[in-house]
Design a protein around this ligand. Structure first.
Ligand code: ADP
Ligand code: 5GP
Length: 192
């Protein structure tokens, strides 16, 4: 049995650590009562990404309008000129459907959610074995140009220092092991 309190599970990490892979696994390959918090962003969709499923893709103007309306629980200019944020309406939508909310957001965003929701939120820092591994994963994912890749890697070194501010650190070395651990951590938290 799962408790019926309104909960949030946050996966944060530097880009390339594997949080999207882990979150997709929890949502698609387990029967945990979870739903994904679809963030708003001003970046361009990647091939295959769908508006309203992966992100709500907004213009910078539309995003700023939502900020002024106080529609976000948290938002960040994650990269220069590129905004990402969690809409309050997303969390309500998911809770109203009787599920816990799962987030894939950056390190600052994860810390903001914890500050805002306290014990209702579990924050998980997904840690790559090393910066070199992270770089290799981003190179293999091949979704960024060389310049954007360097931006993400240099940001990652700073973000890794924030790991102790999270409730749990999940090391993503062998993917299968990390997936099993993520499942256990999520199941435990929502049953508390
Ligand atoms: P993030 O969402 O943190 O940016 P992704 O989930 O997109 O990261 O993972 C980055 C890349 O690394 C993807 O191509 C993914 O398939 C790969 N990856 C994820 N976990 C591992 C792992 N444990 N070992 C090797 N490659 C991995
Ligand atoms: P990407 O462009 O690779 O999809 O995401 C870039 C970064 O923005 C990732 O670290 C991702 O987790 C983060 N991100 C996605 N959505 C949000 C959000 O709603 N808020 C914050 N603060 N960061 C987000």
């Amino acid at each position: 049995m799962y408790s019926d309190t309104r909960k949030l599970i946050v996966f944060s990490a530097p880009s390339g650590s594997g949080k999207t892979t882990i979150v997709r696994h929890l949502l698609n390959a387990t029967d945990l009562p979870l739903a994904f918090s679809i963030s708003a962003t001003t970046r361009e969709p990647r091939p295959g990404e769908i508006d309203g499923k992966d992100y709500y893709f907004l213009s910078v103007e539309a995003f700023k309008k939502r900020i002024a309306e106080e529609a976000f629980v948290e938002w960040e200019e994650v990269y220069e000129g590129v905004f990402y944020g969690t809409l309050k309406s997303e969390i309500e939508r998911i809770w109203n459907a009787g599920k816990s909310v799962v987030f894939d957001i950056d390190v600052e965003g994860g810390i903001s959610i914890k500050r805002h929701f306290g014990d209702q939120a579990l924050t998980i820092f997904v840690q790559p074995p090393s910066i070199d591994d992270l770089r290799k994963r981003l190179e293999e994912r091949n979704t960024e140009g060389p310049e954007q890749l360097e931006t993400r890697v240099s940001k990652a070194s700073k973000e890794l220092q924030r790991a102790p501010e999270f409730d749990t650190i999940l090391i993503n070395d062998q993917l299968e092991e990390a997936l099993v651990k993520a499942e256990k951590i999520a199941a435990q938290f929502i049953s508390e």
